[in-house]
Design a protein around this ligand. Structure first.
Ligand code: OGA
Ligand code: NI
Length: 366
């Protein structure tokens, strides 16, 4: 049985499958997908492009014998909000299996995928997230979205329709990522000098969602966007690039920087709740995905948030009179509801919970 609270997180209007659209060898893109107002990526020789840092999970777990790795993690979170994670401990064979299952899923005939179609007022399923009006421009991609944890949040009909091998590998992947994220959040609490118990209270009973993205090749790649610029809502997102096609870009100091796929790694990014908990020491970073004319791109983003009932705000161990809370407290349920009921628009959600300067508790009073 699905919990009624989950059902009320929102819904998304039905949209055509972009994968089906390109089967007809179209030469031009329907106008609903044309989005010419996005900034181009930086064009400069690859050698001079800055690139996101790489963090080694094994070194990180060695703790005091490898203090530099914790410092590196802190800088990566502070300066980039994005990093490649290597030696992450999730087995190579599990990763290869999930990659192949996701590819097989998207290769299913449309009638088969339709068994997983998003139902009205539902986010989970095959379709697109955050389509809230018929006028809204559409992203050049299809997605399959599932709540994976807690178990009672799963939509059982979707899991029952999965092939047994896909279900088994999804479940194993979900639990491995949960473990990895809890270990990373412990390290992030250390890097922030935050009370470890306060962090644990946030990741106890994690809410985990998976978004499998399929971006088909496009005859006019510069005129569309695979996924609109946005920051993610929760604490940490773990992105696995399934077929190592390039497309992810992050906004760094106002310019769009491409992230080159790095074999045997995850891309980790900080999301809004972690920005809020860190009281703005860290930031969730806007990102988007571009597409190309040659080849499809497939990715799986796994989002980790506090449990829906949890109320979060700037960590008490990181705030005081000199550093007053810069964000309002909010329940995860309400935050996500706001997030999913709007189009993806940059960092508008986190901006909405910012406390106006001068109004912080303990700030200027007269
Ligand atoms: C997402 C996302 C990027 C990608 O699903 O939230 O940012 O590269 N995906 O697919
Ligand atoms: Ni994202």
């Amino acid at each position: 049985m699905e919990s009624p609270k989950l059902a009320s997180l929102g819904g998304s209007l039905p949209v055509p499958s972009v994968q089906e659209l390109v089967r007809d060898q179209i030469l031009t893109v329907p106008s609903r997908y044309i989005q010419l107002d996005h900034d181009p990526p930086v064009i400069s020789p690859a050698a001079t492009l800055p690139s996101i840092p790489t963090i080694d999970m094994e070194s990180l777990l060695q703790g005091d014998s490898q203090p530099d790795e914790l410092n590196k993690l802190h800088s990566a979170c502070k300066d980039w909000g994005f990093f490649h994670l290597v030696n992450h401990g999730v087995s190579y064979s599990l990763i290869e299996r999930i990659k192949s299952e996701i590819q097989d899923f998207f290769e299913l005939p449309l009638e088969e995928k339709r068994k997983f179609s998003q139902q009205p007022n539902e986010l989970q399923g095959y379709g697109q997230v955050c389509v809230v009006s018929e006028e809204q421009k559409l992203d050049w991609g299809d997605m399959f979205f599932l709540v994976t944890l807690p178990f009672h949040g799963r939509k059982s009909i979707l899991f029952e329709n999965l092939s047994p091998s896909f279900r088994e590998v999804l479940e194993a992947y979900s639990l491995e990522l949960q473990k990895l994220v809890m270990a990373l959040l412990d390290m992030i609490a250390r890097a922030l000098a935050m009370d470890p118990k306060e962090m644990r209270d946030l990741f106890e009973n994690l809410f985990q969602e998976m978004r499998m993205n399929y971006y088909p090749p496009c005859p006019q790649p510069e005129s569309v966007i695979g996924i609109t610029p946005h920051s993610d809502a929760g604490l940490l997102t773990i992105l696995l690039e399934v077929n190592e096609a390039q497309g992810l870009e992050i906004r760094k100091d106002g310019i769009w920087v491409p992230v080159k796929p790095l074999p045997n790694s995850f891309v980790v990014n900080l999301a809004d709740v972690l920005e809020i908990v860190s009281n703005g020491v860290y930031h969730s970073v806007e990102h988007r995905a571009t597409v190309n004319s040659e080849k499809e791109r497939i990715s799986i983003a796994t989002f980790h948030s506090p449990n829906l009932k949890t109320e979060f705000g700037p960590a008490r161990s990181l705030t005081n009179l000199q550093r007053p809370p810069l964000y309002r407290r909010e329940t995860m349920q309400n935050y996500l509801k706001g997030f999913y009921s709007n189009e993806l628009i940059g960092k508008s959600h986190v901006e909405a919970v910012k406390i106006a300067p001068g109004l912080e508790k303990g700030g200027n009073t007269s």
